[in-house]
Design a protein around this ligand. Sequence first.
Ligand code: AMP
Ligand code: MN
Ligand code: MN
Ligand code: MN
Length: 272
Amino acid sequence: MIFDLHSHTSFSDGSLQPEALIQRALENGVDVLSITDHDTLDAYRHLPEDLAGIELVAGIEFSTQWQNTGIHVLGLNVDPCSDAIRAGVSLQTDARMQRAHRIAENLEKRGIEDAFTGAASLAKGRYIGRPHFAQHVVNIGKARDMAAAFKDYLGDGKAGDVRQHWAEPAQIIEWIRDAKGIAVLAHPLKYKLTRTKLKRLLADFIGLGCEGMEVVSGQQTPQQTSGMVQVCVEMDLLASCGSDFHMPGKRWAELGSFTPLPPRVTPVWERF
Ligand code: AMP
Ligand code: MN
Ligand code: MN
Ligand code: MN
């Protein structure tokens, strides 16, 4: 069985609609899929009638911060109709819109014209993320590609890196738990923390009710995987895995395409 418990649709910063995402997951042999859009559950209101045999686990990827680092927390197997999580999504949506206006102001000062309207029209909806701004920067010829746009305008410490005050970890984990879901730290390797600091983060989050971590996130080296297995076992957490798929054409984040979880860890789906 292939479980891919981390993916994005066009309701956040992915390129595929839910139906096309599900189709691609099936073609790639995925048996159980979670759509985990950033701070929104909108995809779950736009599912195809026929899931074509795939099993869907309702999920979300919340943005938060810990000691000045942006952190992502997955809520897996949540009840998307729960009042608590819906109220949470609504707060995060407002925060994201406020941030979008501030990002646009900062980018305009750096010579990026029509930043808000450009990003909003690429986003096509109420969800606006940094990738939409990055695409706008590329479209008006101010960066060669997305990587360059992030490097010069939207990445760490750049004009578009607005220090957003997302809901606190305690709050987010509470929403997930109130929605009967399991809170899982997303892609621990992405934060570039030392091993000691990562364990401190996990200890804090465990204290708040976080129960798992992604041991496998997309393509990673065997050394990275064994490092994450070690942390997972030491911290006595459930293990999750997922591609973090956003769009076709990214080999390192393709649906269903990653190393299976090793037998030393307890998979999060044992609790579904
Ligand atoms: P946001 O949630 O609006 O802050 O946007 C964060 C998203 O931007 C991440 O989930 C990634 O999908 C994307 N992202 C972050 N860094 C990069 C990068 N260097 N190049 C391309 N996309 C990136
Ligand atoms: Mn993303
Ligand atoms: Mn993430
Ligand atoms: Mn993600």
